[in-house]
Design a protein around this ligand. Structure first.
Ligand SMILES: [Fe+2]
Ligand SMILES: [Fe+2]
Length: 461
């Protein structure tokens, strides 16, 4: 779809919403003049959701702006729509992929019935939630400015949930399944809103808290793969919760065994192999856990070629999503530094995983993970043709264009006082050649440390 078609589609969507709203005042909700525009609108939105996860509609300077496209040709129905948003006090509405016509219907009903003016954003959010409106988010326009900040908050909450769940298991208590479900839904939403910001956080590892970071990272990476796979929402959530809790059975193992450097003895390995079954048992006691989630946890060490552990009962087929966790688990383990291994770069990890494809790992999912992360995932350090080293701060959309790069080190490897954003498409006006090209990746271990977190935050602001 080119820009012009996109603008027309977008204008059409808002017009349809306005028409439905106008007719809502004249006819009962089931009337075709109310329902048909909603259904058409839903179908139009679906075409846009084929290559984006959400659409933002803002009201700026009394103009409706959808995905950055101002809509100036106001029809009377559009005007009514704008007036309703304005008088209720809705600054920005975000339509998310997965939206159903009932959600739009309830949203239009909310716009139609709400008589108060200038409601606070939190009050609007509350009412929409109570009205059962899903996949439509209302935000204060400044609230969404710093996605990295929001992603970090979501990530931090997920860590808290894992810390609590693991400590509950250690203390003989049953962890709270509802808070796991909730935090995974938040991560899923944040991932749809800004995948780069969320994926960037998975690369910020903290050695002391490997298990906690690892659990949250596997959840995020599994959600990203599940989204690229196009799984329905509940399946994505199941995969995400399974990722969060996949190693919960390890809490039953002695700490020094989990952290042991070097090779394990046969007896120790037999101990480790119990953790998927232990996890399956723990999830069985928890509330708000889908049977599928439990099954995936049990099967996360089963290999694509049928080997692995625990051995599958004869005649039982593994859940097709168990391999999503296996792939995410492998990637995060390879890119993390643990007592017995050096961390690998995302490319180094992918190289190893490509060798495991078809044996331990599902080859399609390995490819899909690669596609979810991009050729140079956010957080990757790149050597440029100028010999400078930069970090990837954003990945190009749809596999086209250039990644966003901030240069962190000069050609001698010294950290710059402040990161410098560069444009890879820029060419030298004299020679006509590109100024900077990517010549390879760099392992962060070989460079003086820089505060990656603040660099990424700075770049996404
Ligand atoms: Fe595991
Ligand atoms: Fe794991």
């Amino acid at each position: 779809m080119d820009r012009r078609q996109m603008e027309n589609t977008i204008a059409g969507i808002v017009r349809l919403l306005g028409t439905s709203l106008k007719n809502r005042g004249l006819y009962p909700p089931s009337h075709p003049l109310v329902r048909t525009p909603i259904e058409k609108c839903c179908a139009e939105l679906d075409t846009l959701f084929s290559d984006r996860a959400e659409l933002a509609l803002t009201v700026a300077d009394e103009t409706l702006v959808l995905e950055g496209v101002p809509i100036f040709h106001l029809t009377s129905s559009l005007e009514l729509f704008l007036a309703r948003l304005g008088s209720i006090g809705v600054p920005a509405v975000i339509f998310e992929r997965g939206l159903a016509s009932e959600d739009l219907e309830r949203f239009v009903l909310f716009l139609h019935e709400t008589k108060e003016q200038g409601l606070a954003v939190d009050a609007i959010k509350d009412r929409l939630a109570r009205a059962g409106v899903r996949h439509i988010r209302v935000t204060a326009s400044d609230e969404e400015r710093d996605d990295f900040e929001a992603a970090r908050r979501v990530y931090g909450n997920a860590i808290d949930v894992v810390v609590q769940a693991l400590s509950d298991v250690r203390n003989g208590k049953v962890p709270d399944g509802a808070s796991c479900d909730h935090t995974v839904r938040d991560m899923n939403g944040m991932l749809l809103r800004n995948r780069d910001a969320m994926i960037a956080l998975t690369l910020i590892k903290n050695f002391d808290e490997y298990t906690y970071n690892h659990s949250v990272n596997v959840s995020i990476l599994s959600l990203a793969v599940a989204d690229t796979l196009g799984l329905p929402e509940q399946d994505r959530i199941n995969v995400g919760v399974a990722g969060l809790l996949h190693d919960v059975g390890k809490t039953q193992l002695a700490l020094d065994l989990i952290r042991k450097p070097g090779t394990l003895t046969v007896a120790e390995y037999e101990e480790i192999k119990k953790h998927p079954e232990e996890g399956f048992a723990i999830l069985g006691k928890m509330t708000n856990i889908e049977p599928e989630t439990r099954k995936i946890v049990r099967e996360h060490h089963m290999r694509f070629d049928g080997a692995g552990y625990p051995a599958l009962q004869p005649g039982v087929r593994p859940n097709p999503h168990s391999q999503v966790i296996a792939v995410a688990d492998c990637y995060d383990a390879l890119t993390s530094m643990r007592s017995y291994q050096m961390a690998r770069t995302p490319q180094g990890a992918m190289e190893i995983m490509r060798k495991l494809a078809g044996k331990a790992l599902d080859p399609d999912l390995v490819l899909l993970l690669e596609r979810s992360l991009g050729a140079y995932p956010v957080g990757t350090l790149l050597r440029l043709s100028t010999m400078e080293v930069g970090i990837v701060t954003s990945v190009p959309g749809q596999g086209k264009g250039y990644p966003g790069i901030s240069v962190l080190y000069d050609r001698a490897g010294n950290p710059l006082a402040a990161p410098e954003t560069v444009d890879l498409s820029e060419s030298d006006p004299v020679t006509g050649k590109v100024r900077r090209a990517v010549i390879g990746t760099v392992n962060p271990m070989f460079l003086p440390p820089v505060p990656l977190e603040s660099v990424l935050a700075h770049a996404s602001a």
